[in-house]
Every structure is written in structure tokens, then in C-alpha cells.
Design a protein around this ligand. Structure first.
Ligand code: ARG
Length: 454
């Protein structure tokens, strides 16, 4: 006899089951069960021969799962029940002892923390690979000028190396963020039971060592109901995916005929089913497009957790699909971003032509006036007037006569102004730390290499 007088309604089963998605947790669940069984033997709840039979049974279950031969049943509610059911079929009554002193509540919280810790580490590795690729491309294009933009209007020229490294440093922060994710997820929930703790003296320190957790969750109520590890992963993933979307968007823009700064490799582009001439940067577009999907996963989990009373509620079962989808999406995007970037061809001439817009020297000229004693606001006004004068006449600054320059700039020698208009002069004038002058970019490359080594 059990608590229930009637079997489950098929409709209830349909809404209650999580097996279709949480079967993915089987490696974590088996690892957990082995540690738990060893712990039970250690504290005298299982005899040594019982432990041996359980471990052998778990090995057999693992083989079946690994080879896709595990006989799932329609009435398996989730991966935890399926594994325990199969274990008991294989090893008999001793299988039914495995769930002593644990609940699916501390079990699933631990499986999820294990999963997050593994994939936070994986994200760190993939991010590092992409950072290495950015660094390599920056080294290859160290002195190729192009404009920087604000409001998508030409701002000031920079070197392509400098621009690529901008993406590098965002990813460096993402990589650290994922280190924090793994670190914070290092509190072991297992041993907390369903809610209040268990009546056995579970050796949780042993469990933590076995499962690679640096710390224990100190409160059983918190342990079984917190999904902070998942939230942290999703938050870090959403930020990282946003960064990748900016990289993707830039490649899309730059590979348009209007920009023409780069060209994706054929193997990362598609044609049009109608227009024979087309070569579309689909991979870059999808990097751009995947990011809201990851952000949605984070927002969805925040919504799920909102106002949820302690402790475990079945609502928590809904944390999984969002996490798995975000993990798969982010890991794929990181790999695509790297390969695509390594295969990208930059067009030196197109970038240089765009960078050879003398109006971008306006700030440098204003700064020259400042050095001659003119207050910056006044200098800004004078140079603005000079630019307007040239624009209205449809000429560049260097086409203005000495007289026209003198009249509007006062203190400055025309020859001095003309020298400042040269592209290299503009680039090399940005000597502040973190600026685009070559010496600064070389320093930055050094720091970037050190960041990767550390
Ligand atoms: N499949 C469940 C989940 O993912 C496992 C925990 C079930 N716990 C319970 N008290 N029904 O959340």
C-alpha cells in the first residue's frame, strides 16, 4: 500500500514529467549517487558488500546510458527516479537503499550545481580561445587604420588592433565572471535532505571532497531551494552573449558593400536562393540574434523565482530547459565567433580610405589651440566654425588656404595645422594610456598576453 489510492492521471503525468530534458543530467546524477553511496557506507548505513553491489549497479546503469541502451519507461518521472528504478531492477533490494538520507530536492540542487560548475569552466575555456583569436588578429593588423565611431558617425581614427582588443577586454571580464559563477556555485547542497536536514549523521565534508565542492551550503532550507548557481550562470551568459552579438553585428556592418572593411570566409556565409550575386554573413547575423535568447533564459528564471516561498516547489523543475538552452547557445556562439573571426579577411585600403577623413582631426586641432593658451570651450567653438566653413564649401581642411586657416584658428600656424591633419599624426597623437598610439597598443598587447596567461 502507498499514500495514493489511485494511479496517476495521464494528464498529470504529462505535465509532471521532466525526463525529456533532465535526462541530460545523468552524468552528474550518477557521480552524485556514487559519492552518496560511499558516504552511506562510511557512516555505517550500508555494509561494504552492499556498497560494492550498488557501485557495480551504477556502473551498469552508466553503461546503458552511455550506449543509449537505457530502458526508459513512460512512467519514469525524471532522471533521478529512472536511474534509481533501473538500479533496483539490476541489483535487487539493495538498490532501494540508495535513497537513504537524501531527497530529490538536495539531489537535483546538487546535480544542477555540478552542471553549472562544469559549464562555467567550459565557458572560460571557450572564451579564452576566442580571446586568443582576437589577440592573434590584433597582432596581424597592428597598424591598419580605420575610423572609430560614435553614433555610427566617424569619430577619430584608430588602429584595427586597438579595435579588436576592445572586444578582447570585454571577453576578459566575461571569463572572470564565469570564474565567479563556478566559485559561488561551490556550496554543496547534498546532505540537506528534503528541507530540514536528515536524521543520519551524513558526512557532508566527505561528499564535498568527492564531488569537488570547496564548501558546504550551511542551511538546508537555503540549499534545497536556491537556484543562485543557475541564475549566476545565466547572468554571466547573457552578458557574454550580448558581447558576442556586438561582435557579430559589427562583422555584418563591416562586410556590407557600404563599409567594405571585411569579408567573411565563404565557409561562414550563405548565398541567396534567388539572387546569384549574394554572399550573406549569416553566421555573424546569428551571433547578433542569439543573444536575446540567452537573456530571456535569465529573465525567465528570475520570473520563476520571484516571490516563491521556501523551500522546494515544483516550479523549480522549470529551471532546466532555460539553462540547457543557454549553455548550448553560448558554447556554440563562442566557437562560431572564434572560427569566423580567424577566417575573416580585412580590407586595408577600404579601412584606410574611411580613416582618411580629415575632419576627424578636429579635436586634435582644438587641443593644439589649448596648448597655445586658448580655453578648451573656445577652441572647440573655433574649430567647429572651421569645419562648418569647409563643409559649406565642400572642401577638406587641407584644401583651405593659409589665410582661411589663420582667420579662424588665430594662434596656430597653418603648417602646424596641416601636419596634424595627416592620418598617422592623428593616430600617434593618442598617447594616453589605453589610447590608440602604436606604443600604447603594444603595451596593451603585452597586457592582453598576460591576461591570457593568468
Ligand atoms: N524533477 C524534479 C526537479 O527537477 C526533481 C525534484 C523533485 N522533488 C520533489 N519534491 N518532487 O525539480
Amino acid at each position: 500500500m502507498s499514500r495514493f489510492a489511485e494511479p496517476q492521471d495521464p494528464l498529470f503525468r504529462a505535465i509532471n514529467t521532466s525526463l525529456s530534458f533532465d535526462r541530460r543530467l545523468w552524468p552528474q546524477d550518477l557521480r552524485l549517487s556514487r559519492a552518496h553511496a560511499r558516504m552511506l557506507a562510511r557512516i555505517g548505513v550500508l555494509a561494504d558488500d552492499e556498497l560494492e553491489r550498488l557501485l557495480a549497479g551504477l556502473d551498469a546503469v552508466e553503461r546503458e546510458l552511455r550506449e543509449g541502451e537505457f530502458p526508459f519507461r513512460d512512467d519514469d518521472e525524471d532522471i533521478h527516479m529512472a536511474i534509481e528504478r533501473r538500479l533496483t531492477e539490476l541489483v535487487g533490494a539493495v538498490g532501494a537503499k540508495l535513497h537513504t538520507a537524501r531527497s530529490r530536492n538536495d539531489q537535483v540542487a546538487t546535480d544542477m550545481a555540478l552542471f553549472v560548475r562544469e559549464h562555467a569552466q567550459r565557458a572560460r575555456e571557450l572564451i579564452a580561445e576566442l580571446m586568443r583569436a582576437l589577440l592573434a588578429r590584433a597582432e596581424d593588423h597592428i597598424d591598419w587604420p580605420l575610423p572609430s565611431y560614435t553614433h555610427l558617425q566617424r569619430a577619430q581614427p584608430v588602429y584595427l588592433s586597438h579595435h579588436l582588443l576592445a572586444h578582447f577586454w570585454r571577453l576578459a571580464r566575461d571569463r572572470r565572471r564565469f570564474a565567479n559563477v563556478a566559485e559561488l556555485a561551490g556550496e554543496l547542497p547534498l546532505g540537506s535532505g528534503a528541507a530540514a536536514g536528515v536524521t543520519f549523521a551524513n558526512d557532508r565534508e566527505f561528499l564535498a571532497r568527492e564531488l569537488g565542492f570547496p564548501r558546504l551550503a550551511e542551511n538546508s532550507l537555503d540549499a534545497v531551494s536556491s537556484r543562485d548557481a543557475v541564475l549566476d550562470y545565466l547572468a554571466a551568459a547573457a552578458i557574454c552573449a550580448a558581447h558576442l552579438s556586438q561582435l557579430g553585428a559589427e562583422i555584418v556592418l563591416w562586410s556590407s558593400a557600404e563599409f567594405g572593411f571585411c569579408e567573411p570566409a565563404d565557409r561562414f556565409a550563405s548565398g541567396s536562393s534567388l539572387m546569384p550575386q549574394k554572399k550573406n554573413p549569416d553566421a555573424a547575423e546569428l551571433l547578433r540574434a542569439k543573444s536575446p535568447r540567452v537573456a530571456r533564459a535569465f529573465a525567465g528564471l528570475v520570473g520563476l523565482l520571484h516571490a516563491l516561498p521556501l523551500t522546494y516547489n515544483k516550479d523549480l523543475q522549470e529551471d532546466k530547459e532555460a539553462l540547457f538552452d543557454a549553455v548550448d547557445t553560448l558554447e556554440l556562439c563562442l566557437r562560431v565567433a572564434r572560427e569566423q573571426l580567424l577566417a575573416l579577411r580585412f580590407d586595408r585600403e577600404r579601412m584606410r580610405t574611411a580613416a582618411s577623413d580629415e575632419f576627424m582631426a578636429a579635436t586634435d586641432i582644438a587641443d593644439m589651440l589649448v596648448r597655445a593658451g586658448v580655453p578648451f570651450r573656445e577652441a572647440h567653438r573655433r574649430v567647429g566654425g572651421l569645419v562648418r566653413f569647409a563643409v559649406e564649401r565642400g572642401v577638406s581642411l587641407s584644401q583651405l588656404s593659409d589665410g582661411e586657416l589663420r582667420e579662424r584658428l588665430g594662434e596656430l600656424e597653418p603648417a602646424q595645422v596641416r601636419a596634424a591633419l595627416a592620418l598617422e599624426a592623428q593616430l600617434e597623437s593618442k598617447i594616453s594610456r589605453g589610447g590608440t598610439a602604436l606604443a600604447r597598443v603594444r603595451e596593451q598587447l603585452e597586457k592582453a598576453r598576460a591576461e591570457l596567461a593568468g
